[in-house]
Write a protein of this length. Structure first.
Length: 183
């Protein structure tokens, strides 16, 4: 559905566009990075906050996908943001330790301090960090917009399912061009 409203104080949340995740090569990654960079430039130009989010690992709990449990950790260059994002000193940088960007970080306080009421979310992976960050934002009363053509997942079926069946239940969806036109 096309974007209908941009709140007076939105922020852009760019999820996990960092060296280690970009290198995994989810289908469409170059386009996601390019579109996220265009959005970041537009948000900065409009005076809206840009939040660059990276992840330094995963929880240690067991799952069907990881039956042995034990989290993984990243550091150093693995955490570096894609250079195309053009990180500037005014960007808010959040390092998350789980899939979602709010749990155990200062993100909620950073957004509240700036009066943010709406977040636009891009990044990798649609069925992981993007989805969880959207859920957490929605649970905190924020208006959430997923930028559908600026997200990717290593599994195209998961990507499509999450974008069409899961996220519309608690977010709005829009394309990069729709967001840029709305700013």
């Amino acid at each position: 559905m096309p974007l209908t409203t941009v709140d007076p104080t939105p922020a852009l949340l760019v999820v996990d566009l960092q060296a280690a995740i970009v290198a995994m090569g989810a289908p469409g990654t170059p386009e996601v990075v390019e579109r996220s960079a265009r959005l970041a430039d537009a948000f900065r130009a409009a005076g809206h906050p840009v939040v660059l989010i990276n992840v330094d690992g995963s929880p240690a709990g067991r799952s069907d996908a990881n039956p042995a449990g034990g989290g993984m950790r990243m550091s150093g260059e693995q955490l570096a943001f894609a250079p195309e994002l053009g990180q500037v000193t005014s960007d808010i940088v959040v390092t998350k330790h789980t899939r979602g960007a709010f749990h155990g970080t200062a993100l909620e306080g950073e957004l509240a301090a700036r009066g943010v009421t709406q977040v636009f979310v891009t990044g990798i992976a649609t069925g992981s960090g993007v989805e969880e960050t959207c859920r957490e934002a929605y649970a905190r009363g924020l208006n959430v917009v997923v930028v559908t053509d600026a997200c990717a997942d290593r599994d195209p079926e998961v990507h499509d399912f999450v974008l069409t069946r899961v996220l519309p239940r608690f977010t709005e969806t829009a394309t990069t061009d729709e967001v840029l036109a709305g700013l």
